[in-house]
Design a protein around this ligand. Sequence first.
Ligand code: NAD
Ligand code: UDP
Length: 311
Amino acid sequence: MRCLVTGGAGFLGSHLCERLLNEGHEVICLDNYFTGRMANVAHLRDNRNFELIRHDVTEPILLEVDRIFNLACPASPIHYQFNPVKTIKTSVMGAINMLGLAKRVKARILQASTSEVYGDPAVHPQTEDYWGNVNPIGIRSCYDEGKRVAETLFMDYHRQNNVDIRIVRIFNTYGPRMLPNDGRVVSNFIVQALNGEDLTIYGDGSQTRSFCYVDDLIEGFVRMMNQDEIIGPINIGNPGEFTMLELAKEVLELTGSKSKIVYKPLPGDDPKMRRPDISLAKSALKWEPTIPLRQGLEKTIVYFDNLLKTK
Ligand code: NAD
Ligand code: UDP
């Protein structure tokens, strides 16, 4: 099949392109390189089934494809808050453009949605039927509400035009090919620890997140796309839940770093706790994560260690 991966030069997108090529598909990687890097897919460029297109999803594009994975959108708070108007345009106009394409060529289309649609959740762990607790006017809203509108558009194109959709709600995912300056917590702590800098905990470090290793996430994506029973939304994440203080201590232990922990102000609207209920993924996709946090952190530390040494 010919697969289009928007945001294909980013962290998750590059792993997805690689996986699809390994399965024998043709892959068109589309990216505007805002947070993605050509280097993430450089090793794929000699593959004759791989094609790169510099394009912005806020503009329409005509392509003949069988499957679309819509990942284009900055995911780290510092990047999606850098140009919030552009972020919401990317989610909303990107969804409209990609859904229009899917409709025209009758392609199956998957949306990379997010646990952020639950906002600062009042239900814990989060099930797919929870409608969320999102501030519509805060600093995270450009991302959260953009992704919520994208889900609405996916459902409406499905109901109104019979577009073959899939919606995946991704919980915090980490691994190799995150940018060293990505700004998300796992890459921040690892890079700080390896550089002997202070680890920056925002707030008192009691807030929780559930971290999924990238390979597990991609397996969930592929299973969701390859089945005909459900369209989602479906939670894909690792239910192991950790406080940011626990994460910082784990990174210090695994790196053997002498770095100290320092506390910085908590950004506005930072969710206090987050953990996926993955019952649906277990029953419908026979999927669950296989890589515990410690093991995933070890692999990610090796990646950043090599990256920082070659800089
Ligand atoms: P990332 O920032 O590494 O990747 C996003 C990619 O999209 C980048 O390559 C970027 O250049 C590209 N992009 C951004 N705006 C674009 C535009 N207007 N046109 C074309 N390309 C554009 O982030 P990621 O972690 O790989 O996230 C990928 C997707 O998964 C995003 O949609 C994100 O919202 C979603 N997601 C990720 C996580 C996570 O923990 N990694 C969690 C929830 C949801
Ligand atoms: N965080 C932190 N130190 C950092 C970066 C992030 O303590 O250097 C915190 C952040 O405030 C949040 C959690 O870690 O509570 C996860 O942040 P991230 O940006 O990775 O993801 P998100 O908040 O979008 O889940």
